[in-house]
Ligand binder design. Structure first.
Ligand SMILES: [Zn+2]
Length: 464
């Protein structure tokens, strides 16, 4: 982590608060890095000045860190029916050779890239648990701990989501050999959670529960996982992949008599402590009812486009009051502005209209998308961030007011320009819990982190 002491406050020349843009604000923090006051102050004394434009840090609610290492490897056309399922076969070959040190090097570099891309929290949906031959490591949490250490070394806040994965398809079918590193019994999964609780002492770290999908977890197991979440008292949320592919929807109907989101709504008590990852293929009723349930939609626009998943019914979901956040999922890209741009553009392309994801109270698409995704993502990860305000953790990013060398005024048009006109202009400075983790576009340990990543990648690419 960048070597810096926690400031007791900041003076912001311009800051995007939950009440909109404000100028010349002095903010105080408590010892845990939470805002205690935000007051107008034209003559600040003794507080470090934030001269750029400060925004809440955004939330990356869905990452599979190891997949960063295979970016580009699934882009070769093999046959005319190439799809998600053939990409998954490439992924299985790749994961067979990653060890805990590899994962730590890949994830640390990735999390630094997330910080540089505007994300101050990550939800790591982690299913690579065991050694390559499928036997558990001596410490069953060894791969999880690689993730926790990567978060610590980078300085990003982490909601760790160890995945429960038991079956290769609906109906409780046995897992296949490509899945042997993922699989737990419920008893062993409970032990993993207990083990992790002993290792996640940082206030920036939370532990949630992640049933992989309805195809990998039976209804009975899903109910037991929900009970486990309350019995073990993890302070984190429940995340599940859902309705990403039409084949999954068809299989779910065949085995359960209902579509995936429909089945979840009918059988589980969904609320804001649930995050439904993708939810790409829903009927109008499912879309409306999911929005009403309060469950957060975990959208991964760049990955969903890359995998050819389909387009989420974002306009209809938003109209029904649904909340969403974004994740980078397969981590082909690592930038919040690109994810939000793709989300809006996919809507425009499918509807042949413009400026779709906005609201009558906030018609600026870039500003609306950024604030909604930051807030919804923080709820989905149960991280006390996602907005700048009293009792929120001081996770914020700083944008250069001279975006592209042109002076910009701190108003919603700044966000529109960033997301649609300057998506490659990443934050200059990034703070988590009031501590600076990126300074002038760089992380303090960047050279060593890059060296580790390069060494691991050279080996993996030679073996694959
Ligand atoms: Zn995923």
């Amino acid at each position: 982590m960048t070597n810096s002491t926690q400031a007791r406050g900041f003076h912001f020349s311009a800051v995007l608060t939950a009440q909109g843009w404000r100028q010349n604000i002095s903010a105080t923090l408590d010892d845990n890095g939470f805002f205690t006051a935000l007051d107008s102050d034209n003559n600040p004394q003794n507080l470090p000045h934030i001269d750029g434009y400060a925004l809440p840090g955004s939330t990356n609610l869905h990452s599979h860190a190891f997949q960063r290492a295979m970016a580009g490897l699934g882009e070769v056309r093999g046959n005319s029916s190439d799809s998600f399922w053939s990409w998954r076969e490439v992924m299985y070959k790749f994961v067979a050779i990653i060890d805990p040190d590899d994962l730590k090097a890949i994830a640390t570099r990735l999390y630094v890239d997330f910080l540089k891309g505007g994300f101050t929290s990550v939800g790591e949906f982690h299913y690579l648990h065991h050694s390559p031959d499928g036997t558990p490591y001596d410490n069953s949490a060894q791969m999880s701990l690689a993730i926790v250490e990567a978060a610590q070394n980078s300085g990003i806040a982490l909601t760790h989501l160890p995945v429960f994965y038991a079956h290769s398809g609906f109906g409780g079918t046995a897992p296949n050999t490509g899945q042997k590193r993922f699989v737990h019994s419920l008893d062993d999964y409970e032990k993993l959670l207990q083990n992790l609780k002993n290792h996640c002492g940082s206030p920036l770290h939370k532990i949630g529960i992640a049933p992989h999908s309805l195809r990998a977890v039976t209804p009975d197991e899903l109910s037991k996982l929900e009970r486990l979440r309350h019995d073990i008292a993890t302070d984190g949320p429940m995340h599940i992949h859902i309705a990403e592919q039409t084949k999954e929807v068809d299989d779910c109907v065949a085995h359960c008599g209902a579509r995936p989101v429909e089945w979840l709504l009918d059988n589980m008590a969904l609320g804001a402590d649930w995050c439904l990852i993708h939810a790409t293929h829903m009927t109008a009723d499912e879309t409306r009812n999911m929005a009403k349930s309060g469950a957060i939609a975990g959208l991964c626009p760049m990955t969903e486009a890359n995998l050819g998943d389909g387009i989420f019914a974002a306009e209809e979901f938003q109209a029904a009051g649904g909340r969403f956040g974004v994740g980078t999922d397969s981590n082909i890209r690592t930038n919040v502005a690109e994810e939000l741009q793709m989300l809006e553009y996919s809507q425009r392309l499918s509807k042949r209209r413009r400026n779709i994801l906005a609201h009558e109270d906030n018609p600026n698409v870039g500003d609306y998308l950024y604030q909604q995704a930051s807030s919804g993502g923080a709820t989905a990860l149960m991280q006390p961030a996602g907005a700048i305000g009293i009792n929120k953790r001081a996770d914020f990013i700083v944008i250069d007011p001279q975006l592209d060398g042109i002076p910009r005024i701190a108003n919603p048009r700044l966000m529109d320009y960033w997301l649609f006109g300057a998506v490659d202009r990443t934050p200059t400075d990034v703070y988590v819990a009031g501590q600076q983790v990126i300074a002038d576009g760089h992380h303090g340990d960047e050279e060593a982190i890059d060296d580790d990543f390069r060494r691991v990648m050279q080996r993996l690419l030679a073996e694959i």
